[in-house]
Write a protein that binds this ligand. Structure first.
Ligand code: ADP
Length: 486
């Protein structure tokens, strides 16, 4: 399938020190196409030996050409990578369609976002600087922003391009050397990115990519004593493990662990303007989105109207193979499909399925399809309203008062994103402060979007901020220099 693109990398290899090599143990894993369950190709099952080599090559890059580059030179290379990504948007979208099951237009959006991260961080590289600090007479005090050193990046399968862009892009911007462990379910675009980066002139060792299983390659990377910072996006359980690995080495971590993000629709909202956002937030990437706006809290006065309009819109949505480029693609795996169906099997009490989308005709039987599903009449403490489903399922919860809405919105363990639909300016300002979330969207819903916008969670959604300028503080260390000169 890779031969249908302009890329030439061998997916069975790891990328270390600027070279494509066989994994040290010679083992491979099957990569599955979620649209039909077929095997796409074999990928390297990298392990701790490859991780060790990758960390050593990153360290050598810091001591070599990469470490000697000026901020301007780093920025120029990142910008060039961004340009080459833009030239390959269609090829990257095709890889992602086969690998993740992402409809082509969504894969194209992800590739364009990847390019934007590289452009943004390419432009930022020589614009971040320290300060001078007024101190005692006879002193000059200033701060320097320095790279951590070797950064480890463990990313999931749902948005491989966007997540590597925001994390590796910011790390390279600050002069770190990166080791990337993509998800075993979807790693082709990470490998393609390595090919593009090399073509753009990124010095060898500045970026290393080691596909492999989480419990082997991922754990080895998070626990490696030569890694100075770990960024992880994935599940809460694995995030807790990553944090404890990093704690053994006393290194900082950035964790982005998902959510159960609410969208609050008040009686005074412009329902028609909200509708496409309400629907899209649940189906984008078949709902396999950390920041999916998957809890729709609706005030009593517009509850029936919102439910009716959402139901009508969802009933029209078509689900099918990624390359057919319909509204919704398959889920990533048989396991994920079983998890989502398991949630839908727990409807009880007042909860009921208000609407479901359609499966396209002749969807391949081996694919992992679940049509978009709207569940209404859900109590705030119901398992479907509390736990992250990671599938195209949205729940609608009715509320009467603003206080009740805030209590429900804040009433999960998560706190990633919140959406607020109201024309009342005072309420917009008041609730933007009260909602437990790392991002609040008022009269829009960005699902974490915008490369410029700092993103991250509170509570079990994680800690640390990625995206925007803010990420650059996380991917660097501040050094204070106090000079006594009399
Ligand atoms: P999901 O359940 O959505 O696949 P995970 O948290 O399991 O999310 O996976 C996200 C990333 O973490 C993937 O790259 C995966 O390989 C990696 N991973 C999984 N388990 C571990 C682990 N024990 N240590 C380090 N990384 C892991």
């Amino acid at each position: 399938m890779i031969h249908e693109t302009a890329f030439s990398f061998d997916p069975g290899r790891v990328f270390i020190g600027g070279k494509w090599q066989a994994p040290a143990n010679g083992r491979h894993l099957d990569l599955i196409n979620p649209s039909d369950g077929s095997i796409i190709c074999e990928i390297a099952a990298g392990d701790e030996t490859d991780i060790g080599l990758a960390v050593a090559s990153a360290r050598a890059a810091l001591d070599g050409e990469w470490g000697r580059m000026t901020a301007m030179e780093r920025g120029r290379i990142l910008t060039k990578i961004g340009q080459l990504v833009l030239d390959r948007v269609d090829d990257l979208a095709l890889l992602e369609a086969n690998d993740v099951g992402k409809p082509i237009k969504q894969g194209r959006n992800d590739a364009i976002a990847l390019a934007r991260y590289l452009e943004f961080y390419g432009g930022a590289a020589d614009k971040i600087h320290g300060e001078t600090i007024p101190y005692q007479n006879g002193y000059t005090v200033y701060t320097l922003r320095e790279p951590h050193g070797v950064t480890g990046h463990i990313i999931p399968w749902n948005y491989p391009m966007q997540i590597l862009g925001r994390s590796v892009g910011a790390a390279l911007c600050m002069g770190n050397a990166a080791v990337l462990k993509p998800a075993e379910e979807a790693c082709l675009t990470a490998l393609a990115f390595a090919e593009i980066a090399a073509e753009a002139g990124l010095p060898e060792g500045a970026l290393n990519v080691v596909p492999g299983l989480g419990e082997t390659a991922g754990a080895a990377l998070a626990a490696h004593p030569g890694v100075n910072h770990v960024s992880f996006t994935g599940s809460v359980g694995v995030g807790a493990m990553i944090q404890s690995f990093a704690a053994q080495n006393i290194v900082p971590v950035t964790l982005e662990l998902g959510g159960k993000s609410p969208q609050l629709v008040f009686d005074d909202a412009d329902v028609d303007a909200a509708l496409p956002f309400l629907v899209n937030a649940g189906i984008q990437n078949a709902g396999q989105t950390c920041s999916a706006g998957s809890r729709i809290l609706v005030q009593a006065g517009v509850y029936d109207q919102v439910l009716e309009k959402m139901s009508a819109a969802i009933a029209k949505l078509r689900t099918g193979p990624a390359v057919a480029d319909l509204d919704v693609g398959p889920l990533i795996s048989e396991r994920q499909k079983a998890i989502v169906e398991g949630f839908l099997g727990q409807l009880e009490g007042s909860a009921f399925i208000a609407a479901q989308g359609q499966l396209a005709e002749n969807v391949p039987i081996g694919g992992y399809y679940v049509p978009p599903t709207l569940v209404a009449g859900v109590e705030a403490k119901h398992v479907l309203a509390q736990q992250e489903i990671f599938g195209p399922v949205q729940v609608v919860i009715r509320f009467e008062t603003e206080d009740e809405a805030v209590a429900t919105a804040n009433g999960t363990e998560y706190g990633l994103v919140a959406g607020l639909w109201t024309e009342n300016g005072s309420r917009q300002m008041r609730l933007a402060k009260k909602l437990k979330a790392g991002q609040v969207f008022v009269n829009n819903y960005g699902a974490g979007g915008g490369v410029e916008l700092p993103f991250g969670g509170v509570g079990k959604s994680g800690h640390g901020r990625e995206k925007g300028f803010e990420a650059l503080y996380g991917f660097s260390v501040l050094k204070t220099v106090a000079v006594r000169h009399g």
